[in-house]
Design a protein around this ligand. Structure first.
Ligand code: NAP
Length: 292
């Protein structure tokens, strides 16, 4: 059984990006510039955006954090997006989700110029992904693809079960696994909360990608010997064994599932560290105009 080390792969990729930025600097070309809009002061969103700004510093990108108060109107946010769309120095930007309830997230996502949509959430980019055209892939699925690639995990012809169909993880992940590419070429089953025979489906799977957000849901009796397990879930639970008083659990009951697997991602340290790195990869692509 091999534990997939997302922290290590993430560091490797960030070092590769930093080396590219050095080359860009030496050639006197424009340094990649990522902007993030943060509306309100939700604690988790502050942490995620902070991590993105830090990663930019680490790889040598320029970053801009645009803070807007939680009373920001939808129009004010759309105006700010239009401003960033037209700002020639900014290569790509994200609007940190979730947004306050009075703002329509879909409208906001569609207002971002697809050329600068480094989160890969714009319908134009989702469509390009489905058609296997060059695009910005959503960060978490892109990170998983990187892990499969770097660990040389065979996917062609395999049965893959994706648990969860969210627009940011499950659905794009299932599209990427079925595409005619490598990694890809799987026979994919997408499952969700209304799926009736999940255990039977999982037992047929060579690869299971668990993204449902239910701590330790996937137990050993769901998993066939030698399966590849990708655990996307992150649930914070109370713990009297840690200094902080809490710990993170994945969607997979790691201790009992790991001995049956060929490969498995741990939580923390598996998929999680890859997400921000994927955003850095997309920003580099935006700066190089690799997609549009
Ligand atoms: P989400 O929007 O809540 O979607 C969960 C999906 O799981 C839904 O499609 C839901 O089905 C399905 N589901 C719920 N219960 C199920 C069950 N018993 N059996 C089968 N399917 C079930 O969550 P998300 O945003 O995709 O995130 C999923 C997890 O990944 C969360 O723990 C989140 O924190 C984590 N996450 C991690 C990263 C990372 O960087 N590692 C990034 C993003 C998310 P319905 O559609 O029928 O409701």
């Amino acid at each position: 059984m091999t534990i997939i080390d997302g922290k290590k792969v993430s560091e490797e990729i960030q070092n590769e990006i930093a080396a590219e930025v050095q080359k860009i600097k030496s050639a006197g070309k424009k340094i990649p510039h990522l902007a993030a809009i943060l509306v309100g002061n939700d604690g988790a969103s502050e942490t995620y955006v902070g991590g993105k700004v830090k990663a930019c510093e680490k790889v040598g990108f320029v970053s801009t954090l645009v803070r807007m108060p939680d009373i920001t109107s939808e129009k004010e946010l759309l105006d700010k997006i239009a401003e960033l769309n037209n700002d020639k120095d900014i290569d790509g930007f994200i609007v940190q989700l979730p947004l306050p309830k009075h703002i329509n997230e879909q409208k906001v996502t569609e207002a971002i110029d697809p050329k600068k949509d480094v989160d890969g959430f714009h319908p134009a980019n989702v469509g390009r992904m489905a058609l296997n055209l060059p695009t910005y892939l959503p960060a978490t699925p892109y990170g998983i693809i990187q892990l499969l690639e770097r660990y040389k995990i065979e996917t062609a012809g395999k049965n893959c079960v994706v648990i969860g169909r969210s627009h940011i993880v499950g659905l794009p992940m299932s599209i990427l696994m079925v595409r005619n590419s490598n990694p890809g070429n799987c026979t994919v089953t997408i499952t969700h909360s209304k799926t009736k025979n999940l255990k039977e489906l999982c037992l047929q799977a060579d690869i299971i990608i668990a993204a449902l957000g239910k701590a330790e849901f996937l137990t050993a009796d769901h998993v066939k010997q030698g399966a590849v397990i990708i655990d996307v879930g992150i649930t914070r639970v109370k713990s009297d064994k840690t200094k902080t008083g809490w710990k993170l659990l994945g969607d997979v009951k790691y201790d009992e599932v790991a001995p049956k697997c060929s490969f498995i991602t741990p939580v923390p340290g598996g998929v999680g560290p890859m997400t921000i790195t994927s955003l850095m990869m997309n920003t580099l692509k935006a700066c190089r105009r690799e997609i549009y």
